[in-house]
Structure formats: C-alpha cells, structure tokens
Ligand binder design. Structure first.
Ligand code: CO
Length: 164
C-alpha cells in the first residue's frame, strides 16, 4: 500500500515524485479489499504477543480448522488483520511449509463478493488455481487459493464473507 492520503482532491495530479503510467487505482475487478495477511508460525501465541506489545494489536478470534490440524489466530491492528497459522499436525501443508521455509508470509487474502465468479474469471484468464471450487475457511468464510506460480510467487487467497 502507498501512503496516499484518502482525502486527495478529485482530479488532483499524481503525488510529488511519483510516476503514474496509465491505469486507475480502483480497477474494475471483483476485489473489495484486503481481508488479511497470513503468517505461518510455530507458536501463534508468542507472535500475537509481539504484535500486541509492539504495535498495540488486539487479539481476535481463534479457531481450529482442517479437522484440528491447523490453529488459526487473528490479530487486528486498526484496518489491518493478520492471520497467524499454527499447524497442529506435521502432515498439514502449513507444517510442511514451515519445515521447508521456516516461519514467514504464507498468503495474502483478498475479499471478493462473489467467489465463484472471481474464481471463474481467474481460470478464464489462465491463472493456475489451487482450489477449483470454493471451500470452507475461518469464521464461515468461503475461500479458494490461487497458485503462487501465477502471481509472482505469492499464494493468494480469495475470500467471501458469510451471508449476514
Ligand atoms: Co487466510
């Protein structure tokens, strides 16, 4: 994210020192916002404590997913949410991620209103999908992952909020 102020006057030129070449920041795609950034970690509690102590984060909800093989703990920092992924089984993909790469960025989650449509659009555009169809994520969300090979090495999760 850039630090562009939200109250920049309409029709104003590009910020000083920035070169803008075409395009608009809004885009026309299905993404509504950043849902969260996920970090794979051995000990979610100590990482959460670091976010709380250092950055004033608030500990959010936690949940066991994938039949108890993955503990998910959210921390909130104003508009920013981190999802801490702590595997509880050595067979889980996050455990294998930790074993091969160590702790670090696991995925970036983008919020979409219509996950099935967004997934179809990605497929039509030739992106590699990890999930061909939506599946259950944390807190009643539906999620699907896009393959990092198609997106600059970053695993991207598309997330649709549950019906209110
Ligand atoms: Co996620």
């Amino acid at each position: 994210m850039s630090g562009e102020p939200a109250d920049r006057p309409a029709g104003g030129g590009p910020a000083e020192g920035r070169v803008t070449v075409g395009g608009s920041r809004e885009g026309s795609g299905p993404v509504r916002g950043l849902s969260h950034v996920a970090i794979a970690v051995e000990d979610a509690d100590s990482l959460a404590a670091a976010f709380v102590a250092g950055l004033g984060a608030t500990r959010g909800a936690e949940e066991l997913l994938d039949g108890g093989a993955l503990r998910v703990l959210f921390v909130h920092l104003g508009p920013v949410t981190f999802e801490l992924l702590e595997p509880r089984s050595p067979e889980h993909t996050v455990a294998r991620f930790l074993a091969s790469r160590g702790p670090g960025l696991h995925h970036v989650s983008l919020e979409v209103a219509d996950l099935a449509a967004a997934l179809a659009r990605c497929r039509d555009a030739g992106l590699r999908l990890v999930d061909e169809t939506p599946r259950a994520g944390a807190h009643g969300t539906q999620v699907a992952f896009l393959h990092p090979k198609s997106l600059g090495g970053v695993l991207v999760e598309l997330s649709q909020a549950p019906e209110p």
